[in-house]
Design a protein around this ligand. Structure first.
Ligand code: ADP
Ligand code: MG
Length: 589
């Protein structure tokens, strides 16, 4: 829950500005332009800063919004207000088409892809006959309410800034929700999010559409503000400038988009008006100075101006703690009778020339703690990845409660009740412990993007956060609940991952080196927790190098060496097995 009063103050100040007597119209035009850029930048914040999908082509979506309304209102006489949904839909549909192609690209290919369509669409706008080629469309009607025509920058100012404020609130609501957490997890890569049931391609497409619709809204406003459209403002060059705005303001923050728009638009204006006097009309120099200033600004505030500003802000938002009396219904019931839970038969995984897992077979029964041990590179983590669908098997079969699950996607594996942690911690460092853990309960909630934006998800959200709180308290991190996950020690972060996995309400818990980095007391607490989970009906499969911890805790031990199972048995039998001593335990001593 975020404190809302600063927003009301901001809204009141913005509403008062045009009413100040003697306010130069020039300033109002500047603020109009800031608002228009802020809308696009806000979408980029979600897309690039939060979702990790860098787009240089955002200006093209403004173009879709602007040209749609320009065409409808001039050629067909459609009222601008009726053209608004059309503008948003056209931008959104364009985003679906481009998004389906682009979001599949990874690494550097994605931003390159956005540059490609940024350039391509600009040429398209400037070549199409029916939208006026390079001349564009002019004589666009102004917005009007009743008989009042918004012809001057003062009147449309209110429409622009109302749009900015509403969009900011909707975006903040979205980010502070089940869907928002899934989006925010994207930046850490898709593996962790998918392990908890997030459909990452769908989440990426959602932010893509969201950002495009905001850009389309900006384009719609722009068309009725300028009353003419040409291709130039929608070029890849403009797209780069929007990205700059988001980065300068703070790409991870909704208000960073607004602040960045303010900084960049005003800076450009000042340079354009004063530099020619200083440098005696040497053309283009302002662009150079502009570039230098932006680079300096980024040196000063690498994550943008907004977080810098906020570090000076004296008021801290109070977060209301979730009511832990709220409960979520359980998910998969574990069998009450003893049974084979997980069965691995001749599982095989080959990476090029490396046989990482070589026809390994073992099983995990109900209410059992099984340890998977072996030297580094033995294939333990790969086995986990085969079970959880992160990797597909080269051969063999994996079944859970008698049902084949090999090669099912991670989102399906978690549904049958298998939850995991990662050897290399995969938390979102700039999300709180509570928010990270709540991702574990993703499948136990149902609210989507629209209901989150409109705050209709609060009951669902309260239950998810209550569940997350309970699991955090259960693993003993109640005091750290509001801290950023990245600020915890690595050992504690591993425990946060366990809480996140427990939010799945799993039948089988897979832990990859959970005790690494823990102190002695913390290890004992972890062992006690795992025993308690087993006694409560859960099974645990864990990888761990601390033999004291493993031998004390496990009911059964499976030993891998070079991808091959070399032994299996009770801790007592494993400790004295000559093969195991030779391959692994001997090396420890
Ligand atoms: P462990 O967890 O037991 O230390 P891993 O399962 O991580 O071992 O690795 C087993 C073997 O597979 C190692 O030789 C490792 O280099 C190789 N390996 C693991 N993942 C990949 C991958 N994605 N691509 C290529 N080789 C891999
Ligand atoms: Mg490993």
């Amino acid at each position: 829950m975020i404190d809302r009063w600063p927003l009301f103050v901001f809204a009141a100040v913005m509403a008062a500005i045009p009413l100040i007597p003697g306010m130069p119209p020039f300033w109002i035009v500047l603020l109009d332009n800031i608002g228009l850029a802020a809308l696009v930048a806000m979408g980029l914040v979600l897309l690039t800063g939060v979702g990790g999908l860098t787009s240089f082509g955002q200006a093209a979506f403004c173009g879709f919004g602007a040209y749609t309304t320009a065409l409808l209102s001039t050629a067909y006489g459609v009222s601008p207000w009726l053209a608004l949904p059309a503008s948003l839909i056209v931008s959104g549909v364009a985003a679906v088409i481009l998004g389906l192609i682009t979001v599949r690209l990874s690494g550097h290919y994605l931003p390159l892809g956005t540059i490609a369509w940024g350039i391509g669409l600009y040429y398209l706008f400037s070549k199409l006959e029916f939208i006026g080629r390079n001349d564009g469309i002019s004589n666009i009607p102004p917005l009007s309410i009743g008989g009042f025509r918004m012809l001057d920058p003062h009147s449309i100012y209110f429409v622009i800034w109302t749009a900015v404020l509403i969009s900011a609130v909707l975006t903040m609501n979205l980010l502070d929700s089940r869907t928002g957490r899934a989006i925010r997890a994207l930046r850490r890569g898709h593996i962790a999010a998918e392990a908890f049931g997030v459909q990452t391609p769908r989440a990426k497409l959602l932010v893509f559409i969201y950002a495009a619709v905001l850009a389309g809204l900006s384009g719609w406003l722009y068309a009725h503000f300028q009353r003419a459209v040409t291709p130039t403002p929608f070029s890849a060059h403009a797209g780069i400038e929007y990205l700059f705005i988001a980065v300068v303001g703070g790409a991870g923050y909704v208000w960073g988009g607004v602040l960045g728009a303010g900084i960049v638009v005003i800076l450009k204006e000042i340079l354009q008006s004063y530099l020619p006097y200083i440098f005696g009309g040497m053309a283009q120099l302002e662009t150079t100075v502009f570039g230098i200033l932006l680079v300096l600004l980024l040196q000063l505030a690498p994550s943008g101006a907004w977080p810098l500003l906020m570090s000076w802000w004296p008021f801290r938002a109070r977060r209301k703690h979730p009511d832990t009396a709220l409960t979520l219904p359980g998910r998969v019931r574990s069998p009450t009778e003893p049974a084979v839970l997980l069965q691995i038969e001749n599982a095989r995984k080959v990476f090029g020339g490396v046989i990482a897992v070589n026809d390994v077979s073992f099983d995990v029964q109900t209410r059992e703690i099984v340890a998977l041990i072996g030297p580094n590179g033995a294939g333990k983590s790969t086995t986990f990845n085969l079970i959880t669908g992160v990797l597909t098997t080269t051969g063999g079969a994996i079944s859970f409660l008698g049902k084949h699950v090999d090669n099912a996607p991670p989102q399906e594996i978690v549904k049958v009740g298998i939850a995991r942690t990662f050897q290399h911690v995969k938390l979102v460092p700039d999300m709180t412990v509570l928010e990270n853990v709540a991702i574990g309960a993703h499948l136990r909630g149902s609210s989507g993007a629209i209901s989150s934006m409109l705050r209709l998800d609060r009951a669902d959200e309260a239950r998810l956060l209550a569940e997350a709180t309970r699991q955090i308290e259960r693993v003993g991190l109640g005091d750290q609940i509001d801290q950023l996950a990245g600020s915890l020690s690595l050992g504690q972060q591993r425990i946060v991952e366990i809480a996140r996995a427990l939010c799945v309400d799993p039948v089988l818990l897979l832990l990859d080196e959970p005790a690494a980095g823990l102190r002695h007391m913390e290890k004992q607490r972890l062992a006690a927790l795992l025993r308690q989970l087993r006694d409560g009906g859960m099974s645990v499969l864990l990888v761990e190098h601390d033999m004291g911890f493993v031998m004390d805790l496990a009911d059964r031990v499976v030993v891998l060496d070079f991808g091959t199972k070399i032994a299996e048995g009770t801790p007592q039998a494993i400790k004295t097995n000559p093969d195991v001593i030779k391959a692994y335990l001997g090396a420890e001593a």
